[in-house]
Design a protein around this ligand. Structure first.
Ligand code: NDP
Length: 516
């Protein structure tokens, strides 16, 4: 039975107290389709404003959000349970992205000339990136402002209108965002929110939107993709992660442990690109674990003013965290701090696990709680191998004093993003694309790639003069075909011969083969 009757309501609850924060309609397929139709009606006007006109609107919207940051932060705090400071941080990052979108969309997406090449030298060739029309955004609850805004701001900036389905746990935040944009543009449906459960999200996938941007778990991402396949609706999937932090022997251990603690425990560990496993060089492993444990001891989850961690937003996640910790301990792991008792009714205290087998769930599956595993490795080569053995590939981090070496290691880590000597910094740099590989999904939000994700490339050629060698006519003669062959041989014939590689790469190749 579908839970989408017209008068059904959805209450969002404060996870710390159980209090009702707000009540929202459960939108069914008909309401979702109506919202998409309204978005479609507004899309021509919005696209027609062009990047400068859209920048003006997005700048005003940014002003509204900034001025009401406290109000929005309160709502985020109430619906997710996260501390006010953390709520403000995610809002601040979203505002910064919004500013970047406004000032870069024209340059990134605007029409530019490209070389037509020798064979079609009589053509003028241009490419530009045009909006799809209406984009459906489906978002999670863990960063209810920052995460969906990574899609919403970029989709709007690229000239699309948006229908947004927030998580059932954070519908109020979604409604707040749409209302704040409506204050700037009251009479156009640029951003609408549909609220409800998974069925509402599925209805959005089937509604005829031109693209779906999904952020959530890998399992739901697969369902979204399957539903979108029914209409060949393109998707971007930002899914879960199991991010690793690598600590080399020469790393600043204090800085590495500090970043590891924040990356693993902040937001009660409910961060897609949070640190969930740590690989430490054997020479500094024991000292690193000591410093990390000290850091872990200095933070706790609770309701008191000093608590840096809030409750688990989704009660069901407590079972997953408990299962991962208990399994790790049963299979020979040891809790340096925390452990099975750290998982309470609403709160989980920071937990650091060592000696956990690599094939246990605490290492292979997303835990999404304030827990982390630490493993001793002989070298960074081994750390890279273990990191890449996982099925997820969202973010990663490396701590070392040798930044050249770090850059080289970063390229070998099969993750969409890597921070060197910090954690998760890539998410706050609007110029950088955000997204993963493998079970972490595909497609990109943020940066120029994030803008292009919500467009289609439009290629145009224009004949500038009559070509001496016209390829696209039945009038083409055998002599002209011979001329084409001669020209091609002159241009590309030598490419088929073995290239002369410079000495060093060849030597490197031999070394690598030799070491296998
Ligand atoms: P879910 O996958 O449970 O839900 C995500 C969204 O999808 C929600 O709005 C949900 O609605 C909706 N949904 C559920 N079922 C369907 C369906 N069949 N069709 C369409 N939509 C559906 O994820 P969570 O909300 O629990 O978020 C946590 C997950 O998000 C973690 O795995 C985390 O790693 C990931 N994440 C990834 C990020 C990234 O950028 N890669 C960033 C942030 C989080 P409802 O809530 O009403 O069920």
């Amino acid at each position: 039975m579908s839970r989408t009757s017209a008068d059904e309501r959805l209450d969002s609850l404060n996870p710390a107290t159980g209090d009702v924060v707000g009540s929202h309609p459960v939108h069914g397929a008909a309401e979702v389709e109506a919202a998409v139709a309204r978005a479609r009606a507004a899309s021509g006007w919005w696209a027609g404003l062009g990047p400068d006109g859209r920048k003006e609107v997005l700048d005003q919207w940014r002003g509204v959000i900034t001025r009401r940051m406290g109000q929005l932060g309160d709502l985020v705090h109430q619906e997710t349970g996260k501390p006010h400071g953390d709520a403000q941080l995610e809002i601040a990052l979203a505002i910064d992205h919004l500013a970047w979108v406004g000032s870069h969309a024209g340059k990134v997406l605007g029409r530019r000339r490209v070389s037509p090449g020798l064979l079609l030298a009589n053509q003028a060739a241009t490419v530009e990136y045009l909006p799809y029309g209406v984009v459906g955004v489906i978002g999670p609850w863990n960063y209810p402002v920052f995460t969906p805004m990574g899609s919403i701001a970029y989709a709007l900036g690229a000239g699309n209108t948006v229908v947004f389905k927030p998580s059932e746990l954070t519908p109020g935040v979604g409604v707040w965002l749409a209302d704040s944009l409506r204050e700037v543009v009251p009479d156009r449906d640029l951003l609408q929110v549909v609220t409800g459960y998974g069925e509402t999200g599925a209805a959005l996938c089937r509604s005829g939107v031109d693209k779906v941007a999904f952020t959530g778990s890998t399992a739901t991402g697969k369902k979204v993709m399957a539903t979108c396949a029914e209409r060949l609706t393109p998707v971007v999937i930002e899914a879960g992660g199991k991010d690793a932090l690598l600590v080399d022997a020469d790393a600043d251990l204090e800085a590495a442990a500090d970043a590891a603690a924040w990356g693993a425990f902040a937001n009660a560990g409910q961060t897609c690109a949070g640190v969930e496993r740590i690989y430490v060089h054997e020479r500094v492993h024991d000292r690193f674990v000591e410093v990390l444990a000290e850091k872990a001891r200095s933070v706790h989850a609770g309701t008191d003013a000093e608590a840096k961690l809030g409750p688990m937003t989704m009660a069901g996640q407590l079972d997953v965290v408990r299962r991962h910790v208990e399994d790790a301990l049963a299979r020979g792991g040891r809790a340096v701090i925390g452990g099975a008792d750290a998982v309470g009714d609403r709160y989980v205290q920071p937990t650091v696990l060592v000696d956990v087998p690599e094939d246990s769930e605490a290492v292979t599956e997303e835990t999404f709680g304030p827990t982390v595993t630490v493993r001793r490795v002989r070298s960074m080569e081994e750390a890279v191998e273990l990191t890449n053995a996982g099925k997820y590939g969202l973010g990663s981090a490396i701590f070392t004093a040798d930044t050249d070496r770090a850059e080289e290691l970063a390229r070998r880590l099969r993750t969409g993003m890597t921070s060197i000597n910090s954690v998760i910094s890539f998410a706050g740099v609007p110029n950088l694309p955000f997204g993963g590989v493998g079970d972490s999904g595909f497609g990109r939000i943020h940066g120029a790639d994030g803008l292009r994700e919500f467009t289609y490339a439009k290629a145009v050629t224009r004949t500038r003069f009559k070509a001496p060698l016209n390829l696209t006519t039945f009038e083409r003669t055998a002599e002209q075909d011979t001329m084409v062959a001669t020209l091609l041989t002159a241009l590309h014939g030598r490419a088929s011969q073995l290239p002369k590689l410079p000495r060093r790469p060849l030597a490197a190749l031999r070394d690598r083969r030799g070491s296998r």
